[in-house]
Design a binder for this molecule. Sequence first.
Ligand SMILES: [Zn+2]
Length: 267
Amino acid sequence: MICAASLFSACTKNDEPAEKKTGQAAEVSADVLKNIAALGFSTADVHKRGDAYLVEGDILLTQENLSETSTSPNLRIAETEQYRTKNLVKNLPRTITVSISNLPAVYATATADAVDRYNELNLRIHFQVVSNNGNIKIVGFNEGPSDGFITLGSSGFPTSSGQPYNEIQMNTNPQAYGSDPDLGYLTSVIQHEIGHCIGFRHTDYFNRAFSCGTVTAGNNEGSAGIGAIWIPGTPASASAGSWMLACSNGSDRTFNTNDKKALNYLY
Ligand SMILES: [Zn+2]
């Protein structure tokens, strides 16, 4: 399979060299790219999605995101892990409801499992699966690869008023997860997308090569460590993969020790 070095590209599972798509679709203007870069996001593989722009494989930047300045902290734990956030969810403690519709049963099981993993951390945000109209709605879409790029899931960041991003889209195309999706893999993707919905950027945003495996122009998603808050008592060296790494290795990746510390620090 040929794919871009984007989030959760299934190709990274086999350590195949990820192929970087060069150039941008004509629909993404130079002004928008400049704006995306100014916010510290990668300008490689930017795709227009309605009024929003899909960046770094799975993050939808809305018009609001493009015009606002982040005031959230940039947490640094280990050399390879920086928990940069956009906006955070406000009015804590609070329960965030999650609903899922028009998706196969395994997606619902994965959603329940992902929610359980968050709730086990006893954070000031609690997630609850509801039958419909959740604060976060998980919906399906079916889209095959194009130009060597396949989106496995996408979501976005909280609003400036502190509401979680309201939608996670999961690709039901067989080329995304296969015809019989693995429960653990789906769970980890939903867990990751929920992470964006509550404000987490990619842990390795400053060096996508860490999880995506290639070093090309555009891998650097932003400046590393400038003004970062070091969480006391956490290691300075690299540790096992974070749940917010930009690229999946195809496995069931959950919170590591540092992820839990960052989640507890913010929530
Ligand atoms: Zn992501």
